[in-house]
Structures are given as structure tokens and as C-alpha cells.
Design a protein around this ligand. Structure first.
Ligand code: CP
Length: 304
């Protein structure tokens, strides 16, 4: 069906088509056009884990397409506070006939489970450490907008590559393109999970490991920084790894050439706000691209 569960579902031409649609929608909105393609359609956003960008950009995207949004709301105003399971909540809301459901949950595989429960198409907005496919789409869209191409890109993925779900999904999307090189920059304890590397091997995507940015900075077009996923590790593990990689204005200044800096956000200590002034800092533009990419995705799923 039209469920979006994994970044592995997307072929190169799917990604290219979505980029074309996103660009067209951006042009129409920037020209002041009012779009009504999704008029009468309803998006239900079910976030069982916190979110700012994914939840709100999906909601803005649906409204900008002329559709409507219903949101699950915080735990205390729903029967989750009385112990209702997320499965029962979804089963119930699905019976009210939403046209698409966007779901985030801390359990890996939850989106796939939700898709089995629900009649409406389900979009994975993050399932634990596993995947975040729509983030990867907006990331690749951002790379394409900034460099004019995705083929041949050399990218450093830095930080928590083990529990960071954007890393696996982005690696999968990038593996559709030619001559991509991925540098995984992290402490050894935070290297990507085996399943991610296995898929890159199968798809013959080049990757290397590094422990510091110094080793690879001269070879990357893009540096993609990620947050240490505190909520997915033990307090001891967090304390041990906290501060083990930080990108700041000071740390970047010593390089002859500074790559484009991306980050899925939210950021905490790993990317300091003094980096924001650099022309290479494109993470807020990246977040904004999420609006257009999610409009393109909703338009495609709804067939409008
Ligand atoms: N990048 C991202 O998923 O951000 P949120 O957690 O704020 O949705």
C-alpha cells in the first residue's frame, strides 16, 4: 500500500520524483498560490515520543495542501494516562477514517505494527533507534539543493551512529546514488549497527570509519552531526560518551575548507550555536526543507 515504513522502500527515481514535486510546491507557495489539493482530507499525527520538527512540519504541510489535521495531543489529555495501549489508541482513531496517519514511537518496528492495525496509510516518523525515513528524504533534498547533485557526494556522519535513526535511513537513501562515500565518525562504541552496514555492503556503497573529524574533514562535502540519543542508552553510557564529539566555531576554524554542516536537530552540546553564523551552516534550511518534502510526500500518498 502507501505506507512509508523504511527508507529502503525508496528507489532513486522515487527520490527524484519527490524532489521535483517538493520544488514545484515550493515555487507555488512562494508565488503566493493557495493550494487546495488535499481539501477534505484529514491527517492524524500520533506522536508517542516528543517531536518539534517532524510533527509540526507534517501538520503545516497538510494545512498548506488545503487539508486538515487532528493531533493525538499530550498523554495527560488522552486515555493513555489511564493505561490504554498505543495499539488500541490507533485502532480507535483509524476507525474515524483519517486519510493518513503519521506515527512516532520509541519501539523499533512500531510503525510496521501500526500499519498492520490501521486501514489508513501509515508514515513512520521515527521508530526508536531503527528508522526515520522522511527525515532522510528531506536530508537528501537538502544535499541536492545545496550541491546541485547527490551522485558523487562525500559525507561524514558524526556522533551517535548506533542509536541515531536518521543515520540508518539517510545511509539507505544515499545508497541509491552513484559514487557516494560515507565516513562514519564516532567513538567505536557508537558505530552503526550491523544491519545498516550489511545493507550498505549489499548495495556496494563505500564507507569508512573514523574517530575524529580531523582525519576526514578535507575529504567531505557535507558533515552531518547527530545528537547522542540519551533516551536510548543507560545513564552510565551517556555519562561516558557525553561531550566526546563537539563541533564548534573554534573547532571548525582551524580547517582550510569547512564542509556544509547539517544536523537533523534538536541539537544539544554536540553543535554549538556559534556555528550558526557560518555560511556552511544549513541545518535550519534543512529543517525548512522538511515542510516541502513532507508536502510532496503527503500529496503522493493521497494521490491528489
Ligand atoms: N529531526 C527531527 O526528527 O526532529 P524532531 O524530533 O523535533 O521531530
Amino acid at each position: 500500500g502507501s505506507d512509508v515504513i523504511s527508507a529502503l522502500q525508496f528507489t532513486r527515481s522515487d527520490v527524484e520524483r519527490l524532489i521535483t514535486i517538493a520544488e514545484e510546491l515550493r515555487r507555488r507557495l512562494e508565488a503566493g498560490e493557495r493550494i487546495e489539493a488535499a481539501k477534505g482530507r484529514i491527517l492524524f499525527t500520533a506522536f508517542f515520543e516528543p517531536s518539534t520538527r517532524t510533527r509540526l512540519s507534517f501538520q503545516f504541510a497538510m494545512v498548506r495542501l488545503g487539508g486538515s489535521v487532528v493531533d493525538l495531543g499530550p498523554e495527560e489529555v488522552t486515555s493513555r494516562a489511564k493505561g490504554e495501549s498505543p495499539e488500541d489508541t490507533l485502532r480507535t482513531v483509524d476507525s474515524y477514517n483519517p486519510d493518513v496517519i503519521v506515527v512516532r514511537h520509541r519501539e523499533p518496528g512500531f510503525a510496521s505494527k501500526a500499519a498492520e492495525i490501521c486501514r489508513a496509510p501509515v508514515v513512520n516518523a521515527g521508530d526508536g533507534y531503527n528508522e526515520h525515513p522522511t527525515q532522510a528524504l528531506l536530508d537528501v533534498y537538502t544535499i541536492w539543493r545545496s550541491l546541485g547533485r547527490v551522485d558523487g557526494v562525500s559525507i561524514g556522519l558524526m556522533g551517535d551512529l548506533k542509536y541515531g535513526r536518521t543515520v540508518s535511513s539517510l545511509s539507505y537513501i544515499l545508497s541509491n546514488f552513484r559514487d557516494v562515500t560515507i565516513y562514519f565518525i564516532s567513538p567505536p562504541a557508537l558505530r552503526p549497527r550491523e544491519e545498516v552496514l550489511r545493507i550498505l555492503d549489499q548495495r556496494r556503497t563505500r564507507y569508512e570509519f573514523a574517530e575524529s573529524l580531523d582525519e576526514v574533514v578535507s575529504r567531505v562535502d557535507v558533515l552531518y552531526v547527530t545528537r547522542l540519543q540519551k533516551e536510548r542508552m543507560s545513564p552510565e553510557e551517556y555519562e561516558r560518551l557525553k561531550g566526546s564529539y563537539t563541533v564548534s566555531y573554534e573547532s571548525l576554524r582551524k580547517y582550510g575548507r569547512i564542509p556544509l554542516i547539517m544536523h537533523p536537530l534538536p541539537r544539544v552540546w554536540e553543535l554549538t550555536p556559534d556555528v550558526d553564523v557560518l555560511p556552511q551552516a544549513i541545518y535550519f534550511e534543512q529543517a525548512r526543507n522538511g515542510l516541502y518534502m513532507r508536502m510532496a510526500l503527503l500529496k503522493t500518498i493521497l494521490g491528489v
